[in-house]
Write a protein of this length. Structure first.
Ligand code: IMP
Ligand code: MG
Length: 171
C-alpha cells in the first residue's frame, strides 16, 4: 500500500463546507436552485454541501469525459446529460477540482446555450496555476499548487475516492 499524507483533514473540510454553504444560502435566500454535480468526483462534496443548503433545490448530474481530441480545443464529450429543463433556472455547477478549467468552461458554455437564469461554479479545490482557459469559480473551498491530490471524491485511477480527507501519495 502507498502511504498517504493528509493535506486537508476531515474537520477542515467540514468547516469549509459550512462556510461555502452559508455564502450560497445568502446569495439565493428563498430562490430555487438546481445543483448540478459533475460525476464522479463531485459526489462526496456535493452530498455534504446540499445538506447545508436551505433554499428549495433540486439536484442533477452530468458525466463528461475530459478532452477527447486535442487538449487545446478542450472539447468535452457528454456521456450523461442533465434531465432538467434549465430555462430561467439558477444553476450551481459543483466540481471536485478545477485544474485546466477546460471541463467546466465547456460545460458552462453548453448550459448557457439553454438559457438558464444564472450559472455559478462551486469547486472544493482550485488549482489555479494549471489553468489553460479563463475560468473563475464563484465558491472555492481550498486553493492548492501544482500537486496531485486524492480523497473525498478525488481519485487516482478510480481509487481513493472514499477517503474522508484530502491527501497525497508519498512513497
Ligand atoms: P480540468 O479542469 O478540465 O483540467 O479537469 C478537472 C478534472 O481533472 C477534475 O474533475 C478531476 O477529475 C481531474 N483532476 C485534476 N486534478 C486532479 C487531482 O489532483 N486529483 C484528482 N483528479 C484531478
Ligand atoms: Mg472529475
Amino acid at each position: 500500500m502507498n502511504n498517504i499524507e493528509i493535506l486537508i483533514s476531515e474537520d477542515e473540510i467540514n468547516s469549509r463546507v459550512l462556510e461555502i454553504a452559508d455564502a450560497i444560502n445568502n446569495k439565493y435566500k428563498n430562490e430555487e436552485l438546481l445543483v448540478v454535480g459533475i460525476l464522479k468526483g463531485s459526489f462526496v462534496f456535493m452530498s455534504d454541501l446540499i445538506k447545508r443548503l436551505n433554499m428549495p433545490l433540486e439536484i442533477d448530474f452530468m458525466i463528461v469525459s475530459s478532452y477527447s481530441g486535442t487538449e487545446s480545443t478542450g472539447n468535452v464529450n457528454i456521456i450523461k446529460d442533465i434531465n432538467n429543463d434549465i430555462t430561467n433556472k439558477n444553476i450551481l455547477l459543483v466540481e471536485d477540482i478545477v485544474d485546466t478549467g477546460l471541463t467546466l468552461s465547456n460545460v458552462r458554455n453548453l448550459l448557457f446555450n439553454r438559457n438558464p437564469k444564472n450559472i455559478e461554479i462551486c469547486t472544493l479545490i482550485d488549482k489555479k496555476v494549471r489553468r489553460k482557459v479563463e475560468l473563475e469559480a464563484d465558491y472555492v473551498g481550498f486553493n492548492i499548487g501544482n500537486e496531485f491530490i486524492i480523497g473525498y471524491g478525488l481519485d487516482l485511477d478510480e481509487k481513493y475516492r472514499n477517503l474522508p480527507y484530502i491527501g497525497k501519495i508519498v512513497n
